[in-house]
Unconditional design. Sequence first.
Length: 478
Amino acid sequence: MAKRTKIKDIITTDKSGYEATVMGWVRTFRNNQFVALNDGSCLSTLQLVVDYENSDPKELKRITTGAAFKATGEILPSQGRGQKYEMKVNSFEVLGDSDPDKYPLQPKRHSLEFLREIAHLRFRTNTFSAIFRIRHQLAFAIHKFFNDRGFVYIHSPIITGSDAEGAGEMFRVTNMDLNNIPKNEDGSIDYKKDFFNKETNLTVSGQLEAELGALALSEVYTFGPTFRAENSNTSRHLAEFWMIEPEVAFNDIHDNMDLAEDMLKYVIQHALENCKEDLEFLQQRLENEEKQKPQKDRSLMSLIEKLNFCKDNDFIRLPYTEAVNILKNSKPNKKGKFQFPIEDWGADLQSEHERYLVEKHFKKPVILIDYPKDIKAFYMRMNDDDKTVAAMDVLFPGIGEIIGGSQREERLDMLLKRMKEMNIPEHEMEWFLDTRRFGTCPHAGFGLGFERLVLFVTGMTNIRDVIPFPRFPGNAEF
C-alpha cells in the first residue's frame, strides 16, 4: 500500500501543488466525475476530480456510496465552492465494493432511531463520526487532566463480590450449568460450586477499590466500564456505561468540589479547542432540530454557548436544605408545574428540580451539598447534625446531575453503624473496613458518568447515541 495522507492534513495545511494518495469511503459520486471522499479523520470530505473520459467505464460504475476508495493525484486549489482544496486524480482503485441497492446509508437524512438499528454502520455518518471524535477527545482530556496532576490510574475489577451502591441492581456472573444449578439442602444455590466459590456480579462502581488505592498512593482515579441491571428503558439510562472515579486521600468535601469543577472546566475547554468543526456541525444540527419545537421548549443557549457558560462561570455551592426551600417557594412548584412537587425536606431531587436551579434560578452551574443521609449511600461521611452527609452533586444545564460524590466516612464506628442501618453484611466488606482500621484518614471522591459528559458536550438527547454499541433492556446487539 502506498502511504496515505489523511484528509484532515490536506485541508488544514496551506499547501497545494503536490501529489498525494488518499483512501476512504465514498459519500457521493456526481456526474461520473466528482467523488466526495471521507476517511473519518475529520468531518469534511475531499473532492476528487476523476478523468472519466480516460477511465474504464466498468471501474467508474464501481464508485458507489459506501465503497472503499483509493486515489492518487495532485492537490490543487478547488475550482468549486465549499472546499479549499481538491484532488485531480491520476489513478484510482476501488478497494471494496458497496452494492447501492443494499447499502442502507444512502445520501439522505436518516432518523436516529434507524441509525441505532445499524449501529455497526452509523460511524460513517457525519453526526456519529463527530460524536465519536469528540468522545475520544474527552477521554484523552480526562486522562491528561489527572496525569498532569500526579494521579495514578487504577484498573478496578469488572467482576466483583461487592455492591458499592447497595442497590442490588446487578448482573450476576456464573459459569454454572443453568439447566442443572447445584443447590444446598435448604434449596438455596450452592455458590461453592461456582467458578469463584461465591456469588459474584459485574461491577456497579470502581469506587471502593479506588479508595484502597488512594489510602496508599494518595491520588488515584479509575476510568472503566460499569453495569446496572436496572430495567429502565429510557433516553437517560444504559445497562453498560463508563465511569470516571477519582479518590483523593486527605481531601474533604470542599477539596472534592474544587477538583470536580476544575476537571469539568478543563475537559470542556479541551473540547472547544480541539473539536471546533465537529461542535459547530452538532450545534447546527441541534438548531435545526429546535426549530421543530414550540418556542417554550427550545434551549436558551446554543450548544457552544452552553459549553462556554459552564467553563466561564464559577459554580454555585448550595446546601440541599437551601435548595429545597428555593424549590418549595418557586413558581413552578406553587403552580403545580413540577411533575414531582417539592413538599418536604428529605425529597430526592429530580432532573426537573436540578435544571430549575441551574437554568432559571441561579443561571449558573450548581453544586448541591449536605444531602439527607437516608437518600445517600452508606460510605458518605455523616455530618455533625446526624441528619445529613457530606455528599455533593454537580448540576449542569439541560442535563441535571452530571457528577455525584462525597467525602467518605473514614471513622470505623460510624461506617459500621451506617452499614448496619442499610443491611450491608459486615463480613463481605472486611477488606474495605481494614482501610479504616489501619491508618484511616479523611478522603473524598466522586463519580462522573462518561456518557453523561459526552451527552452534554455533543448536545445529543439520547444516551444511546453517545456510546458506540448501547446496552439496554432487550438489546445486546453487535
